[in-house]
Write a protein that binds this ligand. Structure first.
Ligand SMILES: [Zn+2]
Length: 250
């Protein structure tokens, strides 16, 4: 098989041998792949920046049975400002972790990759009023794209559309005040503003949501809820989210 050329985001890196790295790259054309990048841990390597975590680069590689071998890489965007802000870094690492957990190798999702690049661009550039709104929107759009779109319009038990006060993880949607007692599993309490934002996470584009103002405590509750929900849907939980939470409450 010949060389493959595609753009991709480095979502995971691990040292390999003395000077190499094993990269997990979410690519536009080939989906999630693993490649060996030779010699890139040398300070003088010309591929140092383009093969780092968070690097969005154009890669040329030889496909292999388990690992591809990188032949060329050219940096397109490094999202450098993330590295100067630990909170942003932790949130952005969580997004990479979600991407890693949500897809199998060679599974493609150019739409979600594009969405992730936009979110990283806004978070890195300090362009959002509240980064957690963008994280929440990414969580919601990702989980819906994977086929687990939650029901937010009517109660999962009685079908009424009034007084929707809780989100049921187990039932994949909201429940009303009267039905919450009969709902199994874990429930998250929602106020009207939180419910509206959950709906907007689905409906509105990132570009619009970046200007959204919200009580930071409510934004965090929604991210907790969505992280819990995603973990249940895909059967994997993210250590990066737990790390982000410990940063908030040392
Ligand atoms: Zn009900």
């Amino acid at each position: 098989m010949g060389l493959i050329k595609t753009k991709g985001l480095v979502i995971r890196e691990q040292p390999y041998k003395e000077q190499d790295k094993i990269l997990t790259i979410f690519t536009e054309d080939e989906g999630k792949i693993q490649c060996i990048a030779r010699g890139v841990r040398r300070q003088k390597s010309g591929h140092l920046a383009s093969t780092q975590i968070f690097a969005y680069s154009e890669f040329v590689y030889y496909p292999g049975k388990n690992f591809g071998i990188i032949n060329q890489s050219n940096l397109i965007e490094a999202f450098y400002p993330l590295r100067n802000d630990l909170t942003k870094m932790a949130l952005a690492s969580y997004l990479l972790d979600l991407m890693y957990n949500a897809y199998e190798f060679y599974q493609k999702s150019p739409e979600i990759l594009k969405l992730l690049l936009h979110v990283l661009y806004y978070i890195s550039g300090g362009k959002a009023r509240n980064d957690l709104v963008l994280v929440g929107a990414f969580q919601m759009k990702l989980v819906s794209y994977l086929g687990y779109r939650p029901v937010l319009e009517r109660c999962m038990v009685c079908q009424h559309d009034q007084d929707l006060t809780h989100f049921s993880i187990e039932q994949s949607g909201v429940v009303c005040r009267d039905c919450r007692e009969q709902s199994p599993g874990y429930l998250y309490k929602l106020n009207p503003a939180m419910l509206e934002l959950l709906r907007d996470f689905l409906k509105q584009p990132i570009k619009q949501l970046k200007d959204r103002e919200i009580d930071p405590a409510e934004a965090l509750k929604l991210s907790d809820l969505l992280d819990h929900y995603i973990s249940c849907c895909i059967g994997k939980s993210s250590k990066a989210y737990a790390f982000y939470k410990t940063m908030l409450n040392p």
